[in-house]
Write a protein that binds this ligand. Structure first.
Ligand code: UD1
Ligand code: MG
Length: 452
């Protein structure tokens, strides 16, 4: 049977008062991505014929994160039902019976943990004969208090949703709640929304009231229970932390299924897009920011912090290393303890093993960067580049004042401050000569009256 065409709507216009933040709630990061991006990513594999988001006034950032997804603005935000009404103009003409879209999946931007497989199950549940007008994702969380309660009819179908603030004593005791995802048959959607009112504790148009309206019209509604870990709503900082924990557990599990070793998984923090190659090893207490790809067999030692880095096969990073964006470590390169690397390519087998800063740099294959080497890439106005040729040897405690190029195979004496280029295979010494005065120390002590 051909699957009915789908539209997806993400509601993301709420102000998120409970978060007490200067940024819109759906922009709060979860594993490095704004929450709402996770929702979008879980919807994509369903291949909706049309997708749209509802954002609030001044939420250009949200629209940017979702681009090229179309966005409409809800202003003022008068509740989730009112939010969905905002898509009537772009969507109505596409809906069956006139258009090709036969069902609409409504998701909340603040329920970011839902997985594609569960969305598919929810859609299938609505279509299951006899098809229901609405299928609601349900869950039984430990603490149902913040959620809308699902009131079931004697036959197990869904009778109505009662919002937390409007629940009476009996309804309060219900453990089955609204997880915030709804599949709705397209034809009746906007007429159901039309019938909503604001006669409730919050004075808002509740999307959840469409269940009651549908039942009144003799339409069938159903609830499908899904894992709590996929439906947690994020309204507060505490809920954000709980969602992060769930997401991290999921990302760690996936990384290990992909063949990476995490020695103490619970101490490794991954980003939504972290890719760990087979047999990569991540030691305890490593934090990944966005944009990191770790090659096969590479090892990330403890207490390292990585973002925006492509790490080659068999490379080593840390302990206590910081890769801070625009970094490429080629095969078997080594970045050791207390080394910071930014916007730099470190060639195959090259090493910077201790106490260095390499910024805006190119380091050739098998070059050796001694302890304490610093690229002075910023002159207070602009950034400049340092190029180190292959097999070059940079002595410890060298300052490379960029722009500067060290030729292939050149040696730089320890403690040099280099302001000029060094030719290939040359030795550069750029420091004061050592001067020794025999017996002078003892003479000083004698003069100052100190014995021995
Ligand atoms: C909502 C549900 C509740 C459910 C819970 C699941 C309603 C009335 N209640 O409650 O049954 O258990 O989610 O997490 O729907 N939004 C808009 N415009 C608005 C208001 C909200 O776009 O005018 C967006 C928000 O950005 C958010 C989503 O809709 O992403 C849900 O709104 P929120 O205020 O968080 O509803 P909850 O109180 O969590
Ligand atoms: Mg919410």
């Amino acid at each position: 049977m051909k699957k009915p065409q789908l539209a997806a709507v993400i509601l993301a216009a709420g102000s998120g008062t409970r978060m007490n933040s200067a940024i819109p709630k759906v922009m709060q990061p979860l594993a490095g991505w704004p929450m709402v991006r996770h929702v979008l990513e879980s919807v994509k594999p369903l291949g909706p014929a049309f997708s749209i988001a509802v954002v609030g006034r001044g939420m250009e950032e949200v629209a940017r994160v979702l681009a090229p997804l179309e966005c409409v603005v809800q202003d003022p935000p008068l509740g989730t039902g009112d939010a969905l009404r905002q898509v009537e103009r772009p969507l109505a003409s596409r809906l069956a019976p006139h258009g090709e879209i036969e069902e609409v999946l409504v998701l909340y931007g603040d329920a970011p943990l839902v997985e594609t497989r569960s969305l598919e199950r929810l859609l299938a549940e609505r279509r299951r004969a006899p098809a229901a007008a609405i299928a609601v994702a349900a869950m039984r969380p430990e603490d149902p208090r913040p959620y809308g309660r699902l009131v079931l009819a004697a036959d197990g179908s869904l009778e109505r949703i009662v919002e937390a603030r409007d629940a009476d004593g009996r309804e309060d005791a219900i453990g089955l709640v609204n997880g915030g995802v709804m599949a709705v048959a397209a034809p009746p959607l906007f007429s159901l929304l039309e019938a909503l009112d604001r006669d409730n504790a919050k004075g808002e148009f509740y999307l959840t009231d469409i269940v009651r309206v549908a039942r009144r019209q003799g339409l069938m509604c159903r609830a499908l229970e899904l894992p709590v870990a996929e439906l947690l709503g994020v309204n507060t900082r505490a809920e954000l932390a709980a969602a992060e924990a769930v997401m991290q557990a999921r990302l760690r599990r996936r990384a290990m299924e992909g063949g990476a070793t995490l020695l103490a998984p619970e101490t490794v923090f991954l980003a939504a897009d972290t890719v760990l190659g087979r047999d990569a090893v991540v030691e305890p207490n490593v934090v990944f920011g966005l944009g990191v790809r770790v090659g096969e067999g590479a090892r990330i030692h403890s207490f390292s912090c990585l973002a925006g880095a492509v790490i080659g096969e068999g490379a080593k990073v840390g302990p206590f290393a910081r890769l801070r964006g625009g970094v490429v470590l080629e095969e078997k390169a080594e970045i050791g303890n207390f080394v910071e690397v930014k916007a730099a390519r470190i060639g195959k087998g090259a090493k910077a093993k201790h106490l260095s800063y390499l910024g805006d740099s190119e380091v050739g294959e098998r070059a050796n960067i001694g302890a304490g080497t610093i690229t002075c890439n910023y002159d207070g106005f602009e950034k400049h580049k340092t190029v180190i040729g292959e097999r070059a040897f940079i002595g410890s405690n060298t300052a490379l004042v960029a722009p500067v190029t060290i030729g292939a195979g050149a040696y730089v004496a320890a403690g040099s401050t280099l302001t000029e280029d060094v030719a290939p295979d040359a030795l550069a010494v750029a420091r004061g000569r050592q001067v020794e005065k025999p017996g002078r120390a003892a003479a000083i002590r004698a003069r100052r009256g100190r014995k021995g």
